[in-house]
Design a protein around this ligand. Structure first.
Ligand code: CO
Ligand code: CO
Ligand code: CO
Length: 322
């Protein structure tokens, strides 16, 4: 968050990853081979189904722990709930979240609820890692290939769903993706010694890619034809009314740091900054390991794609899309 940059720098030798690099979670060393990973995330409902919303919120919160290569251990609810609503709705949200936490081997241990005008739900998650396995958004190296582990387009689909322009049934495949953990992708990446990783969330593919390119002092080149998009999102994004405001806001924020070739279609152009909820991991992988990584991901039912490469730092731009 922007406001954090105004705070004085933290001086603690055991803080391995703080907020300075805009990474996914904080990492604090406990002993030589053990570090704690902490993150928090919460937001208003994006689907009109409490159970699905709980599952999505949990997968999304756990994702920042997986993006660091860590194993989640405990979680706490962060809840805002209107007193006029039926409390059973909150029960459904939490039971959805717990079923996702269960599949992550993560235990709900508490939380905090306040009264508010609208529902908000999320989780603070604590995980653990041996620091030698740490993946960060500063770990991309020139010559690496970029691998994306989930399709893009959840923002457009959630926006159309909210506006009643598509049914929950039509959105099912996209909801399924948002409730899917990044656990298998993270475990495979750690197994192969991947060091550069982030998850794709609110700033879209290009926004998070830019943080990683800049953090790693490299430039990224994407092949837009290789980026996986949800078919439904490609259809919906052609209509302006379906585009979340964040698409244009992020594009404006990225400015001239991102160069998009004229050959890239309007639909791809828009979806490249579509805000994702519980998006996939963007992995920066040594070229010699990428085939093995893709095979291992497939074995774990992760449908990943090679979407680009890491090139030497050139001033004037950070990301090019061809
Ligand atoms: Co993240
Ligand atoms: Co986050
Ligand atoms: Co990270």
């Amino acid at each position: 968050m922007q406001v954090l940059h105004q705070l004085p720098k933290v001086r603690d030798a055991d803080l391995l990853v703080g907020f300075e690099s805009a990474d996914d979670a904080a990492v604090y060393r406990i002993s030589e081979h053990l570090a704690m990973v902490s993150t928090v995330d919460f937001f208003p409902p994006i689907v009109d189904s409490p159970d699905d919303f709980g599952r999505i919120a949990a997968a999304n919160a756990l994702s920042d722990v997986y993006a660091m290569g860590a194993r989640p251990a405990t979680a706490m609810n962060v809840v805002a709930f209107p007193s006029k609503l039926d409390i059973s709705i909150l029960g459904e949200i939490i039971s959805g979240a717990v079923s996702t936490l269960d599949s992550a081997g993560c235990t709900l241990v508490g939380g905090h609820t306040i009264e508010d005008t609208g529902i908000k739900y999320g989780l603070s998650v604590t995980g653990f890692i041996d620091p030698v396995n740490l993946m960060t958004n500063t770990g991309a190296v020139v010559g690496d290939r970029l691998v994306l582990t989930k399709p893009i387009g959840t923002g457009v689909v959630a926006n159309a769903l909210k506006g009643g322009r598509i049914s929950l049934k039509a959105a099912r495949p996209v909801i399924k993706s948002m409730t899917t953990l990044n656990r298998a992708a993270s475990e495979v990446a750690v197994e192969l010694g991947v060091k550069g990783c982030t998850d794709i969330t609110g700033y879209g593919l290009l926004g998070h890619a830019m943080e990683m390119a800049n953090g790693s002092k490299t430039n990224f080149v994407f092949d837009s034809a290789a980026v996986p998009f949800f078919d439904l999102a490609l259809e919906l994004v052609s209509k302006k009314s379906n585009r979340p405001g964040a698409i244009a806001n992020t594009r404006e924020y990225l400015g001239t740091d991102v160069i998009i070739d004229e050959s890239v279609s309007v639909e791809h152009h828009q979806l490249l900054t579509d805000p994702q909820t519980s998006g996939g991991l963007l992995l920066s992988v040594n070229e010699s390991k990428v085939d093995r990584l893709m095979t291992r991901l497939q074995e774990r039912s992760v449908h990943a794609s090679i979407v680009g490469s890491v090139v030497a730092r050139t001033e004037g731009w950070s990301i090019r899309v061809e």
